[in-house]
Write a protein that binds this ligand. Structure first.
Ligand SMILES: NC(=O)c1ccc[n+]([C@@H]2O[C@H](COP(=O)([O-])OP(=O)(O)OC[C@H]3O[C@@H](n4cnc5c(N)ncnc54)[C@H](O)[C@@H]3O)[C@@H](O)[C@H]2O)c1
Length: 254
């Protein structure tokens, strides 16, 4: 095991499952201690157990990221225990069901709920952790999506907005030595994406990728996050980086 992150702390939202769990485990394998945030308590404790088995620490916080007061309380609690945070991965998000369908029937309340979780909560959390990120000269990595390139539903719109938030965070926090980047996964093979899209659609989507029939894995995304946060990625800032098998300009009709 390399230990580029020994003694460092990574906060990962959406760490209970899917890409977030893979990202958290990848940082743990590099020696980082993890702070996991999610609304799914069982998933949090399952991920934490896997992380502790690797010999590093894992703290868990059950937080609803649509609620500003909960995010601020989370930030305050982390700051009371850690004066330095090296990595903030804003991975939690809504990606499936009504956010990813035609928006003709969406209420304003629902739109704002989507924006709260996918676009605004990463900024509120980054600002809540700003002193600790500044102390570490840390990095914020926002989990965007291929869908941000050609938004066709509320999902892509919230992720395009998240990319704008990345640029603004890089601008406003850069004076503290904090970097901010977005990662845009393509269609990755997670339990959630399989459940939402179904096996037939996954096979069809794989077959239309530039890298024919090659599925993207959660580890493909996790490896990119680790690289961006590592010393080797120290001069990469204010970027939106795709990891999608070359698929990003693909569009389809809803
Ligand atoms: N899997 C893919 O193909 C894919 C592609 C592009 C982008 N993404 C993005 O990657 C991220 C993770 O996707 P995934 O496929 O692993 O999905 P997932 O549903 O397994 O993970 C999302 C996590 O976010 C958590 N979450 C949702 N709402 C929350 C809230 N209000 N407060 C706290 N936590 C909340 C969920 O409990 C879950 O653990 C999402 O932001 C998604 O948009 C995924």
């Amino acid at each position: 095991m390399t230990a580029r992150f020994a003694g460092k702390i990574a906060v990962v939202t959406g760490g209970a499952a899917g890409l977030g769990r893979a990202i958290a485990l990848a940082f743990a394998r590099e020696g980082a201690d993890l702070i996991l945030v999610d609304i799914n308590e069982q998933g949090l404790s399952d991920t934490a157990a896997e992380i502790r088995a690797l010999g590093v620490n894992a703290e868990t916080y059950r937080v609803d990221l649509s609620v500003e007061a909960e995010i601020k309380a989370l930030g305050a609690d982390i700051l009371s225990k850690h004066d330095s945070v090296d990595v903030l991965v804003n991975n939690a998000g809504l990606a499936y069901n009504d956010i990813a369908r035609g928006f003709a029937d969406l209420s304003m309340e629902r739109w704002l709920y989507f924006f709260a979780i996918n676009s605004v909560s990463p900024v509120i959390l980054a600002l809540a952790l700003r002193p600790a990120l500044a102390k570490a000269k840390g990095v914020i990595i926002n989990q965007s999506s291929m869908a941000a390139n050609q938004p066709a539903t509320a999902y892509g719109i919230t992720k395009a907005t998240l990319n704008s938030m990345t640029y603004a965070l890089a601008n406003q926090l850069g004076g503290d030595g904090i970097r901010a980047n977005s990662v845009e996964p393509g269609i990755m093979e997670t339990t959630a994406s399989h459940d939402a899209l179904g096996e037939d659609k996954m096979v069809a989507l794989r077959s239309t990728q530039l890298m024919a029939n090659e599925g993207g894995t959660a580890d493909d995304i996790a490896n990119l996050h680790v690289f961006l946060a590592s010393p080797e990625g120290r001069f990469i800032n204010n970027e939106v980086i795709s990891c999608d098998g070359g698929n990003r300009m693909r569009g389809w009709r809803y």
